[in-house]
Design a binder for this molecule. Structure first.
Ligand SMILES: *Cc1c(COP(=O)(O)O)cnc(C)c1O
Length: 393
């Protein structure tokens, strides 16, 4: 690569613009968790958290990595009354052979978190500084990720990962409904179990009774307020053996939006014999702009699209899916997101009956979901070099 020789003036760190990784202080946990294999620590939070505070007058404080601990919060603070909270979710992956740690496209999480913050009147920050801090935090916590250099790993063991959760909350203690003048940014991390990739059973919601998001609403923002109200319908669906709800929108058109807190794709052939990989569009604000969704679309367009296969973002109704199934044109369906990764869908509960979704295209060859999943795994575990994987030093 040719080094750039463009002269730019040194950036002035303005605390009203962002927190800055250069200002980071670290105070290590004096009582670190003892373990030999981090994989035995299921659902355990790591030993540290990253924190930066904001005030409308003074801007952002210097970020600090400090021992993980409960937060002292004023009972009158904004987040506890008006839900001024948003979050992100991403994974740090450790390659079991090389020990190298990568984060997948953290710049997209930074951008999305800024958008979510804006939607609920929380302050913004620099995407680059967010990524730098995230990498720094993972560097401190990477002993929570197993690899062969430190523990014995079997051939069939997967590469290990840690779940990262950036959060922002409004902390101003004031009972009036008002834009918070104080906020707190945090990054925490947890061991979570790998999703077992059992094919999913989804229950299509009844859009007269429950919708997840609506045009002009806030479904496109990763704000906490989107998730609490989905828990009752989700546990009702779970009682009937469904893993997630397939959220429909509009009683007439019954548009397919998302599967639980994951994006949804369907693959079918058209009556003319063309294959289409279809997902709902971002245009009306009811769909979360998933990093996995975006990556699936980009890889599919780059590596699968051809004259006979098209990758499409467009509105589609559940009745179109049912029709494709009835006419034997349904090829497969899958949900995707950081938590689930790419999970095949085996069944769709629609109007009281279960539609069986094929799990492998034409019997022998790998399904599209499997193929895309393999490509993505190669990228975020560093098996192949790719611009989407940010490496931790
Ligand atoms: C987080 C989330 C997704 C998945 O986004 P990724 O960036 O791929 O993890 C999809 N839908 C909803 C509603 C979500 O909250």
């Amino acid at each position: 690569m040719t080094p750039s020789i463009t002269q730019t003036s040194a950036p002035v760190a303005d605390s009203h613009v962002s927190f800055y990784a250069d200002d980071l202080t670290i105070s290590f946990n004096q009582n670190p968790t003892q373990f030999t294999d981090p994989r035995t620590l299921m659902m355990k939070m790591t030993d540290h958290m990253l924190q930066a505070n904001w005030n409308v007058k003074t801007g952002w404080s210097a970020p600090a990595i400090i021992p993980y601990a409960p937060l002292p919060l004023d009972p009158a603070c904004s987040v506890l009354h008006y839900g001024t909270e948003c979050f992100e979710g991403l994974k740090a992956w450790r390659n079991k052979k090389t020990g190298k740690v990568h984060i997948f496209r953290p710049d997209l999480n930074a951008r999305r978190m800024n958008k979510s913050c804006d939607r609920i009147a929380l302050p913004s920050f620099s995407d680059e500084e967010f990524v730098k801090l995230l990498l720094k935090f993972v560097q401190i916590e990477k002993r929570f990720l197993a690899w062969e250099g430190e523990v014995e790993m079997a051939d069939e063991d997967d590469h290990d990962f840690l779940y990262l959760r950036p959060i922002m909350i409004g902390t101003t203690p004031q009972l009036g409904v008002a834009t918070p003048s104080d906020a707190m940014f945090l990054i925490i991390a947890s061991r979570i179990p790998a999703y077992n990739s059992k094919p999913l059973r989804l229950l299509a919601s009844s859009p007269e009774q429950a919708v997840r998001a609506w045009p002009g609403g806030f479904g496109a923002a990763k704000v906490g307020g989107n998730y609490g109200p989905t828990m009752r319908p989700m546990s009702a669906a779970a009682k009937h053996g469904y893993d997630q709800i397939l959220w429909l929108f509009d009683p007439e058109r019954r548009l397919v939006t998302e599967a639980g807190a994951a994006n949804f794709f369907v693959v079918w052939s058209t009556p003319a014999g063309k294959t289409e990989i279809v997902t709902a569009p971002l245009s009306n604000g009811t769909i979360l702009d998933g990093v996995t969704r975006r990556s699936v679309l980009e890889l599919a367009r780059e590596r699968l699209a051809c004259e006979s296969l098209e990758v499409i973002e467009r509105d589609f109704g559940i009745d179109e899916v049912v029709k494709a199934h009835e006419e034997g044109r349904l090829i497969e369906a899958f949900a995707c997101g950081t938590a689930f990764f790419v999970a095949p869908v085996a069944e769709l509960g629609v109007d009281g009956r279960d539609i069986k979704v094929p799990l492998e295209s034409n019997g022998k060859s790998k399904s599209y979901a499997q193929t895309i999943k393999k490509w993505l795994t190669e990228i975020f575990t560093g098996e192949v070099e790719h611009r989407w994987a940010a490496e931790i030093e």
